[in-house]
Design a binder for this molecule. Sequence first.
Ligand SMILES: [Zn+2]
Ligand SMILES: [Zn+2]
Length: 395
Amino acid sequence: MNIEPRIAAIHQDMIRWRRDIHAHPELGFEEERTAAIVAEKLREFGCEVTTGIAKTGVVGTIRVGNSPASVGLRADMDCLPMQETNTFAHASKHPGRMHACGHDGHTTMLLGAAKYLAETRNFQGTVHLIFQPAEEGGGGGRVMVEEGLFQKFPCDAIFAMHNRPSLPVGQFAIRPGPMLAGGCRFEIRIKGKGAHGARPETGIDPVLVAAHIVGAAQTIVSRTTSPHEPVVVSFTQIHAGDAYNVIPERAVLRGTIRCYSNAVREQVTTALARVAREVAAAFGAEAEPDIRPGYPPLVNDAKEAAFMADVAVSLVGEENVQRNGPRVMGSEDFSYMLEAVPGAFILSGQGGGHSGTLGGCELHNPGYDFNDDLLPLGATLFARVVEAKLAPKSA
Ligand SMILES: [Zn+2]
Ligand SMILES: [Zn+2]
């Protein structure tokens, strides 16, 4: 692995920063301590620092020369509302809060790159180091974009990475076009007519209506959208009734939609609302669908994805970079930034974590820990992306 020696030299510092953040996890838009540490370090490295974007977001800026070219790098800072089961010294000190997605590692890798870039300044142009709040459901990326992130800090291209436990350290996966799914969450409220369980002819059964909606909605995937477009419609909750002998008055269905384009999402949303209303009507009931968009699909710019893959290859070799890696049905709010500015998102292998980690190392698992071995490689990738994108033009 071609790790930058100046970054390798701060590996122990980075481990210390990472474990400190891990031990003090903060939920979305509450990353006060983390943001303060990030801002303090960026100032110490010599970056211009802007705080308070999307509440706790921080941007560090490094300018070299007067080239108008610019590039953005993004990391996320928030934790998850869950209890950590690890017992090592840097385990969460806050009950019910945990860095189980490795955002402590992402933040640290971007800090490592910031230190190196600010010291060496081996590029021409401007780099914006974007530390965002609330990736885990709060849409901090969206709020930053809405608050004028790219007007205040214009970027020609923007890049981010996420750790990937199923790949070993030293391997990367990326792909052009849609890479992570977009989604919606939905609730369908069904109103029937309550009755005695023995006298169905006097009521309208919302449980039967709910069952038909659940079945009919699966035909949206098989009959309404193209077989070439992956779509998931999952009903994850059904709530109705309290007694054996009462046909309830109401039923509620909840669930999620996942797909890889906004057009398909629109199509599925419209179809689900229609199926719910019309199926209910066929039984003499009423359905009120409430479908709310979640994060949009994450779509890599083809050119920038190829560029980022080339940079990764320069570090670990062609055989360790999947240029056409698998799509992921999970979501990421970096997608909002990629809707505003072309760029790419890469998955960085982090393997099973360091020894001592309990219960496996899957993301969002209570035994998860970010693998410190990835810190210098990830920081080097960020740094090389900037140096390659903003390479000084030879005279
Ligand atoms: Zn996560
Ligand atoms: Zn994450």
